[in-house]
Design a protein around this ligand. Structure first.
Ligand SMILES: Cc1cc2nc3c(=O)[nH]c(=O)nc-3n(C[C@H](O)[C@H](O)[C@H](O)COP(=O)(O)OP(=O)(O)OC[C@H]3O[C@@H](n4cnc5c(N)ncnc54)[C@H](O)[C@@H]3O)c2cc1C
Length: 408
């Protein structure tokens, strides 16, 4: 008999939420991580933005984001109850703004695409924008409201998930997993973020993000309530206000694996942030930090069994969306653990979409040298994004006449 029913490798939001969901179904669960919550979630902004982040060519990913965001209200309430702690879940919505005429033209193109998918995006006149957020700079040319894009505080979310998982009976093992063959469990779930590549050979790459935290002077709440996502002289930034006075200002997206903070990135983020919200000049700058998002070749997560290994499930590669995707990942992976049957919703996100060009042949993900160095090489076979589909990513393309409504 195996020592446990489920071993989860990685105690970030994804691993902890899966552990919680499995434990409340009565399974014996262990979570292995030497430093829980120390991955990308430690720096993440916590935007739950399926609408503002519905980008050209990522329609299937958008569907998953929308489905997960729809679960957030119930998930947040249940987690708050189960953990006994607040998680900073806020529902004021997101304002998307453009500083200059050029910025607004770029933003409007994306809003038209998002509206074409049936997503709730309401263009606002400048006066309506300022009625909603008087703190916006007078230079801001225009904007739109995404009322269903919310936020949560990942630095509260992860401890709450840890408490909820522990209360449900999951056990934390504070050690790294170096080889999957060392794990004694009926099912192993690899939810190790960027660490999944070395364990499985899956094509998960680190994508660096630098991000700042500021604080309103005098211990008061920031002078704005919505999440603000802006184009400012070509820079794309977001500002996330927290009730305790914190403002998260992010973030760079860099194809590199170090976590150094550079003067140039801080300068660009601050300049764009202050251009949109001048009052930020008076705020304290309390943190400048970088994290590594677990990216995949098509920027969509990998959810399901490793090829040839039904006992090893991947739940990784969540890239920019791991917080918003936490509820649906946990639910669908727990379903898969208990029933062995994958939900059709997961079909576009299988590990098998990355064709194995040369493999160990046995699906031996446990080899210590597994990963890019193992001889197991993955390439995109059929991306979960749909950039390759005719008409995909084309604002003037299919529109609402052929695209089904994503928002229900
Ligand atoms: C700057 C920035 C801003 C972001 N903003 C947002 C946002 O606004 N909204 C959003 O939805 N997402 C956001 N993200 C993305 C989000 O943070 C990630 O997608 C999410 O954290 C992924 O969760 P995870 O649990 O898979 O991985 P992680 O959070 O990276 O956690 C992985 C865990 O696995 C552990 N681990 C690794 N290897 C091993 C091993 N061999 N054995 C045991 N344990 C191991 C690590 O210690 C870590 O605790 C942002 C990311 C960054 C960097």
């Amino acid at each position: 008999m195996t020592r446990t029913d489920v071993a989860v490798v990685g105690a970030g939001p994804i691993g902890l939420a899966i552990a919680w969901r499995c434990a409340i179904r009565g399974l014996r669960v262990e979570v292995h991580d030497p430093a829980p919550g120390s991955g990308a979630s430690a720096v993440a902004a916590g935007m739950l933005s399926p609408v503002a982040e519905a980008y050209f060519g990522e329609r299937r990913l958008t569907e998953l984001l929308v489905a997960s965001a729809a679960r957030w209200p119930g998930f947040a309430a249940e987690l708050t109850e189960a953990s006994g702690t607040e998680i900073g879940y806020r529902t004021e919505g997101t304002l998307m703004v453009g500083l200059t005429g050029d910025d607004l033209a770029e933003a409007r193109r994306l809003w038209a695409y998002q509206q074409g998918l049936g997503l709730p995006v309401t263009p606002l006149r400048p006066s309506e924008l300022r009625d909603r957020e008087p703190a916006l700079a007078p230079r801001v040319r225009g904007g739109a409201l995404a009322p269903t894009d919310h936020q949560v505080d990942p630095r509260l979310l992860v401890p709450a998930l840890r408490t909820a998982a522990r209360r449900a009976g999951a056990v934390l093992v504070p050690q790294p997993v170096r080889r999957l063959s060392d794990v004694d469990a009926g099912v192993t779930v690899v939810a190790a973020g960027c660490g999944a590549a070395a364990l499985t050979g899956l094509p998960v790459r680190p994508v660096k993000g630098q991000i700042l935290r500021l604080r309103a002077p005098g211990g008061v709440a920031p002078g704005f309530r919505h999440v603000i996502r802006g184009y400012a002289d070509g820079e794309h930034v977001y500002l996330v206000p927290r009730a305790d006075g914190e403002v998260v200002l992010g973030a760079t997206v860099e194809e590199r694996a170090d976590t150094s903070v550079t003067a140039g990135a801080v300068l660009r983020l601050l300049r764009a942030g202050v251009d949109l919200l001048p009052e930020l000049t008076e705020y304290d700058l309390v943190e400048a930090v970088a994290g590594l998002r677990p990216g995949t070749p098509d920027n969509a997560p990998i959810l399901g069994p490793l090829p040839g290994r039904p006992d090893v499930l991947a739940a990784t590669g969540h890239h920019r969306h791991g917080i918003v995707l936490t509820p649906i990942t946990a639910e669908k992976i727990a379903d898969l653990v208990t029933t062995g049957v994958p939900d059709p919703l997961l079909a576009p996100f299988g590990a098998d979409r990355f064709a194995v060009a040369s493999s160990t042949g046995t699906g031996d993900a446990a080899r210590p040298d597994a990963g890019d160095v193992s001889g197991r090489r993955f390439a995109v076979a059929s991306p979960a994004g749909d950039a390759a589909r005719p008409g995909a990513g084309d604002v003037s393309g299919p529109g609402r006449t052929t695209e089904e409504d994503l928002w229900s």
